[in-house]
Ligand binder design. Structure first.
Ligand code: DOR
Length: 429
């Protein structure tokens, strides 16, 4: 449950304030007056006891499926943003594989207005690269930007056609927007439902060749080099893909990448029982790939963690591994799973982990990152790392339950957000 209240003055008392962008790490009170960080709070301020908690800039997730318009049986903007707030996020970018797709300015505007009306965090719509995400005809980038699109992607599918993708890069470089590519050539993945390897062979399930991801990244890096457009690899998942991005960055190309929490901790062995909650695109890979994703995140090749929160109805996942839609929810477990995957980032010095969820995703989308200095608009997340907690999907605020982490013990959880005058505290239960 989320407890939502509003206060003219708030005193967040005694938390450990960690703000990597300001190189700040200290235990102190934080006052918020009329929605801004203030030097002191008046006597009458609403007090939040943050002793033992981490107080950091509001977390940002640049890859989320909120499913509206069109798929409200899976998730709504209200339920998806409630899940985001429960997971500590104060900003999410939502993907355009909706019905209709987010490919017209009026759909962008509708998402922003609906989020302002019913949402629990800020929502930045990602507009489609091509009309209807059909891969053929470019959308109107300037008009979509003007309407409020924060980036462009056909997520769920990659843009396969070279000519179309080159035109997308050219348009992106003119408008300053970033292209977020779902890297997958369907011709290569050829209907695969899980990683092509020993587990897929053992289960007798069609395997998805990792070259479908790597070949698209290679093609796109050539186009990036030729056009200068900004390029972001969504949900990176293979060692070779990480190496390609590392080399592109060394070359100076304007390239960034994200990894999901599940690709940092699960391998294709998790599909062993053919549980549809371990099916997603890209699929879970090998231990070697997982290790490469962790290394890439830690050495800065991969910029940020993004959930690819992909809610589906229980009846859809119940169809079985072969035909269930791909995707898992992630907002409410993201910080805990990431901390479990890379424990060294979640012990004494939390700044790396917090960067992956704040400064770095903000930079990918060229958005301002919230800060904790006096005068800044209040945009904060409270994290509790004092004791482990057990994931119970029945208590998710997301409408969906398709998590591979049911009953997992995680080392940290978000307990609240403060945005302007609004306080959202998650009440476990
Ligand atoms: O597993 C996935 N599910 N990958 C995607 O790219 C799309 C997503 C969805 O929309 O369900």
């Amino acid at each position: 449950m989320l407890n939502v209240t509003s206060h003219r003055a708030i005193l967040i008392r005694g938390g450990r304030i960690i703000d990597p962008g300001l190189r700040r790490d200290e235990t102190a009170d934080l006052a918020v007056v009329e929605g801004r960080i203030a030097a002191a709070a008046p006597q009458a301020a609403q007090v939040i006891d943050a002793a033992g908690l981490i107080v950091c800039p509001g977390l940002m997730d640049i890859h989320v499926h909120l499913r509206e318009p069109g798929h409200a049986h899976k998730e709504t903007i209200a339920s998806g943003t409630a899940a985001a707030a429960a997971g500590g996020f104060t900003f999410v970018a939502c993907m355009p594989n909706t019905n209709p797709a987010i490919d017209e300015p009026q759909v962008v505007r509708w998402v922003i207005e609906e989020a302002a009306r019913v949402g629990h965090c800020t929502v930045g719509p990602v507009a489609a690269i091509t009309r209807g995400r059909a891969g053929k005809q470019l959308t109107d980038f300037p008009a979509l930007r003007e309407a409020g699109a924060v980036a462009f992607s056909d997520d769920g599918v990659g843009v396969e056609d070279d000519v179309v993708m080159r035109a997308a890069f050219e348009s992106a470089s003119r408008t300053g927007a970033v292209l977020i590519q779902h890297c997958e050539f369907n011709t290569i993945s050829a209907g695969g439902v899980m990683h092509l390897g020993e587990v897929s062979r053992r289960l007798g399930l069609p395997g998805l060749d990792p070259r479908s991801e790597e070949a698209m990244i290679e093609r796109d890096l050539d186009l990036c080099r030729a056009t200068g457009g900004r390029y972001h690899v969504a949900h990176i998942s293979t060692r070779r893909a990480v190496e390609l991005v590392r080399a592109a960055k060394a070359e100076g190309l304007p390239v960034t990448a994200e990894v999901t929490p599940h690709h940092l901790i699960l391998t294709h062995e998790a599909c062993g029982a053919a549980d549809p909650n371990s099916k997603m695109h890209p699929p879970l890979r090998t231990t070697n790939d997982v290790q490469a994703c962790r290394e890439g995140l830690q050495d800065g090749t991969i910029d940020c963690v993004a959930t690819d929160h992909a809610p589906h109805a229980a009846s859809e996942k119940a169809r079985g591994f072969l035909t269930a839609p791909p995707g898992v929810v992630g907002l409410e477990t993201a910080v805990g799973v990431t901390a479990k995957a890379i424990p060294e980032a979640a012990t004494a010095d939390w700044s790396a982990l917090i960067r992956w969820f704040t400064v770095n995703p903000a930079r990918v989308l060229s958005l301002a990152c919230p800060h904790t200095d006096v005068g800044s608009f209040a945009n904060l997340t409270l994290l509790d790392a004092r004791e482990r907690w057990t994931v119970d999907s029945a208590s998710f605020l997301s409408q969906a339950r398709n998590t591979p982490f049911q009953s997992w013990e995680l080392p940290v959880r978000a307990v609240g957000t403060v945005v302007g005058e609004q306080v959202r505290l998650s009440i476990p239960g």
